[in-house]
Design a protein around this ligand. Structure first.
Ligand SMILES: Nc1ncnc2c1ncn2[C@@H]1O[C@H](COP(=O)(O)OP(=O)(O)O)[C@@H](O)[C@H]1O
Ligand SMILES: [Mg+2]
Length: 212
């Protein structure tokens, strides 16, 4: 399966969720290719830390791709891996369109707060264009960095639910320090010690929703 993490916003958790899914998938014994299609290269940095610090290495293969090569190179490698995870980046770029043209699934995280959730309309327009030549594409939204309290989570989720063409997953991830700390150490949330049971439950629910 080719699964992308994209959207048109930065700082919403695309890379965090992409690398966590790559780690969790590889821990299940699957042969994973992580494609870093974002020029900020955070997923590549995360992988480099893993290769330097973990005895077993990263546990998956990682490459950087840019623009239309995201499509051509991934298509060349699709049969060589069980799953290909693409960290697409947060703008309407050639790389984003290329990823949408080949992905089976695309996850678009968003933050609580209406400014952020309205950018999903722009994503929906891109998705509609991509679906014209990619029948496989299923696009999911998920609330990330959800507040502990307050109405913003529900408000944002209810807007996301209304947007045509995007399927909202009811598997929100809280705003938790462990997501930052684990990422900075090159670890998946499930690998970080001491364990944060709430964070592990959230990321596992997302994993199940995406890969079930
Ligand atoms: N659920 C979360 N709780 C707390 N911090 C988070 C969470 N998800 C992501 N972050 C942090 O937010 C910042 C942006 O996340 P990142 O994955 O780099 O976003 P993007 O790839 O969409 O630009 C990073 O510092 C990351 O550690
Ligand atoms: Mg990123």
């Amino acid at each position: 399966m080719i699964i992308g993490f994209g959207g048109v916003k930065g700082g919403v958790g695309k890379t965090t969720l992409a690398v966590n899914m790559a780690v969790m998938r590889s821990l299940k014994g699957r042969d994973i290719l992580l494609v870093d299609a974002d020029d900020q290269a955070t997923a590549s940095d995360f992988t480099a830390i893993r290769n330097e610090t973990l005895e077993t290495g990263a546990g998956y293969t990682a490459i950087k791709l840019h623009g239309s090569a995201v499509r051509s190179e991934v298509m060349r490698m699709v049969d060589k891996y069980d799953d290909i995870v693409i960290d697409v980046g947060g703008r309407d770029t050639a790389g984003q369109r290329a990823a949408m043209s080949i992905a089976h699934r695309l996850l678009v995280p968003f933050l609580p707060g209406s400014f952020d959730v309205w950018t999903l309309e722009t994503v929906a327009e891109l998705v509609e264009e991509a679906k014209a030549f990619n029948d496989h594409l299923m696009v999911y939204t998920v609330l990330n960095r959800a507040d502990h309290v307050g109405q913003d989570n529900e408000e944002a989720a209810s807007i996301a639910l209304e947007i045509q063409g995007l399927q909202h997953l009811d598997t929100p991830l809280g705003n938790r320090k462990i997501f930052r700390n684990a990422g900075g150490m090159g670890l998946g949330v499930v690998e970080y010690r001491p364990k944060d049971k709430k964070a592990i439950a959230e990321i596992s629910a997302l994993y199940t929703a995406l890969f079930a």
